[in-house]
Design a protein around this ligand. Structure first.
Ligand code: SAH
Ligand code: DHB
Ligand code: MG
Length: 222
């Protein structure tokens, strides 16, 4: 079992279910051209986010971690007329690339990009009375996943869905003494989930063109 095979199978799946889309391809290319890291969700994962948003009938979506807006476009395309997505991004250069991508994708009217540290943007959203969000996608700095869970719960309602990316990281998540702040953040998040009565959750390991990783899926309890 190898990266080569995982990538080949992703390519095979894409042929049937995620046909090449010039707008999404251009969005990824614009991010590459601007020197952004190539860490967006893969096409099959982007489609999964899109399907999740449609499955829960999301009208209001919150994303933490925009990068060049690739996942944001997948999510925005799941919104009904009048739906909105707010996406939080620390790096002004990333946000600028994303805004151009949203305009080119024809979704700019449904997307609000907020530039700044999400740890500061999230309390502002609460103060301004935003939410509850139907779907929240957490995909920024992994050390702060525990804090992002807390803020997400304040911006949720019973039935809200929370998806967290990159929670397996080649299996390193099972190493208690791993010093990587990313791994420590995910492990603290998992310890919170073990006790957290407000949500039901599971985690799924994935392989594909982005390697071996996984995502957490949470629903807010009534
Ligand atoms: N969701 C994107 C990928 C996001 S990559 C996609 O799949 O297309 C992670 C992003 O989080 C990066 O752009 C990074 O700049 C941003 N980020 C990192 N720390 C952050 C913070 N504290 N607040 C907001 N954004 C942050
Ligand atoms: C990284 C971040 C991501 O959100 C991701 O999906 C893959 C890698 C990173 O920071 O390395
Ligand atoms: Mg990610």
């Amino acid at each position: 079992m190898s990266q080569e095979l995982w990538t080949a199978v992703d390519t095979y799946i894409k042929e049937s279910m995620v046909p090449a889309d010039p707008i999404l391809t251009a969005a990824l290319q614009a991010a590459v051209d601007a020197g952004l890291p190539a860490i967006a969700v893969s096409p099959t994962q982007g489609k999964l986010l899109h399907l999740m948003a449609r499955m829960c009938g999301a009208r209001k979506i919150l994303e933490i971690g925009t990068l060049g807006g690739y996942s944001t476009i997948w999510l925005a395309r799941a919104l009904p007329a009048g739906g909105r997505i707010i996406t939080l991004e620390l790096d002004p250069k990333h946000a600028e690339v994303a805004r151009k991508n949203f305009a080119a994708a024809g979704v700019a009217g449904a997307v609000e990009v907020r530039v700044g540290n999400a740890l500061e943007s999230l309390p502002k959203l609460v103060e301004e009375g935003f939410g509850p969000f139907d779907l929240i996608f957490i995909d920024a700095d992994k050390a702060n996943i525990p804090a992002y869970l807390e803020w997400s719960l304040k911006l949720s309602r019973p039935g809200s869905v929370i998806v967290v990316d990159n929670i397996i990281r080649d299996g390193a998540v099972i190493e208690p003494d791993n010093k990587d702040p990313h791994i420590q953040g995910v492990r603290k998040f998992n310890a919170m989930l073990a006790k957290e009565k407000r949500v039901s959750a599971t985690e799924i390991q994935t392989v594909g063109e982005k390697g071996y990783d996984g995502f957490a899926l949470l629903v807010v309890n009534a």
